[in-house]
Design a protein around this ligand. Structure first.
Ligand code: ZN
Length: 190
């Protein structure tokens, strides 16, 4: 996985992009927690569940099915009393499904050993995208000699460099596109 911080950064930025007025605090909290939530499967690892198992790392909790279950559940649990219209409820579910699923998508861009079980529980095949530029944060825990780095600060540097380049900068560009560019366009028209 990219680091927890980077997964949650996706939620923080996307929440800024999709909201135009004030929203309840639980919306922000869920937007930051859900993109990291699929890594809850590391608990199984602590109990000896093999990585390749359906309940192993990047297994069912990284699937699209899990994202749908989480999206529906959080809206049912946390927005039940919000008097939302059917359309708004649907959009909110879709939003939380997207944020939860974003985790598996980023993981599939990882240069690592274990792919993502996007279609679990229907099948446990592990997938990667054909392009894997993101260094997995597991290099901080294990020796991953393929990256040619050994010292902790070197690993941290390699990890952060790949996340900044492939995730932080594109997210920043989206924020600029929404909040900064329109001002310049207005100014140049007036
Ligand atoms: Zn993950």
């Amino acid at each position: 996985m990219p680091s927890v911080m980077t997964h949650s950064l996706v939620g923080a930025v996307v929440s800024k992009l999709v909201t135009t007025r004030s929203v309840p605090k639980r919306f922000w909290v869920l937007s930051i927690v859900l993109p990291s939530f699929p890594d809850i499967d590391v608990i199984g690892m602590a109990f000896g569940v093999a990585g390749e198992d359906l309940f192993g790392h990047r297994g069912i909790t990284h699937s699209l099915f899990f994202a749908v279950v989480v999206g529906v559940s959080v809206v049912a649990l946390f927005f039940r009393k919000s008097n939302l219209t059917a359309r708004m409820t649907f959009l909110l579910v879709l939003y939380f499904v997207f944020l939860t699923a974003s985790h598996g998508v980023l993981d599939a861009f990882n240069d690592s050993r274990l792919g993502v079980a996007f279609f679990a529980p229907f099948e446990n095949t592990r997938y990667f995208f054909p392009f894997n530029p993101i260094v997995p944060s597991s290099i901080l825990l294990f020796e991953e000699s393929s990256f040619g780095v050994g010292l902790m600060f070197e690993k941290l540097f390699v990890l952060l460099r790949s996340e900044i380049l492939w995730i932080w900068i594109p997210l920043f560009a989206l924020l600029v596109g929404k909040f900064v560019l329109p001002r310049f366009i207005h100014r140049s028209r007036s």
